[in-house]
Design a protein around this ligand. Structure first.
Ligand code: FMN
Length: 181
């Protein structure tokens, strides 16, 4: 598959089949994430894979917003992956402080997309979740207080096979050559 085809194939899946996900496929997604670039090659991440039905059910309770439908779909996801932000190496910490840029968050975002694109390649669907009860998720997963979980990723076989058309700004609206315009 060409890269652009793969990019078009990935979409946020919010309805999953009940089918369990093979661990070797999960491992290939993790391998793709492992190979992601990061500031000063800091690799400030740890992935917690929750793929046992009882455990995903408990975890997904912490990803939904009470009284709304927000992220309720995560209850049907056979796998949830938590991306824990590990302490960056000294150069990345210093660089981030001097330049006032949260490099570690960029790193986590890139690794997350590598994971999701490999999942698409494997015929799997994903959805990144940025909106969840982080404190409750950390407690449930035994993540130390000083660490954060910027993102979760739901993973599984999508009910929908054909990707919906992308809702995006037009290409001509997002770039300029030479100077800002
Ligand atoms: C950092 C980040 C956080 C997101 N958080 C959520 C979320 O909490 N719930 C959700 O349903 N989708 C979430 N999404 C998915 C976006 O809504 C989705 O990527 C966007 O609408 C584009 O649609 P597509 O992924 O199908 O191309 C998140 C995506 C990103 C990149």
């Amino acid at each position: 598959m060409s890269f652009i085809k793969l990019v078009n194939k990935r979409f946020s899946v919010r309805k999953y089949k009940n089918t369990p996900v093979e661990r070797e496929k999960i491992l290939r997604c993790l391998e793709a994430a492992r190979l992601a670039p990061s500031a000063c090659n800091s690799q400030p991440w740890h992935f917690i894979v929750v793929d046992k039905p009882k455990e995903t059910a408990l975890l997904s309770e912490k990803t939904t917003l009470p009284l709304t439908k927000m992220n309720q779909f995560s209850k049907g996801a056979p796998v949830i992956v938590a991306l824990v932000a590990e302490k960056p190496n000294l150069s990345a910490q210093l660089g981030g402080m001097i330049k006032k840029k949260p490099y570690y968050l960029m790193d986590i975002g890139i690794a997350a997309e590598h994971f999701c694109l490999q999942a698409a390649e494997e015929g799997l669907g994903t959805c990144m979740l940025g909106w969840f009860n982080e404190k409750a998720v950390k407690e449930y997963l035994g993540v130390p207080v000083k660490r954060s979980i910027p993102l979760l990723i739901t993973l599984g076989y999508s009910e929908k096979e054909i990707p919906p058309s992308k809702v995006r700004a037009g290409l001509e609206d997002i770039y300029s050559f030479g100077k800002y315009s």
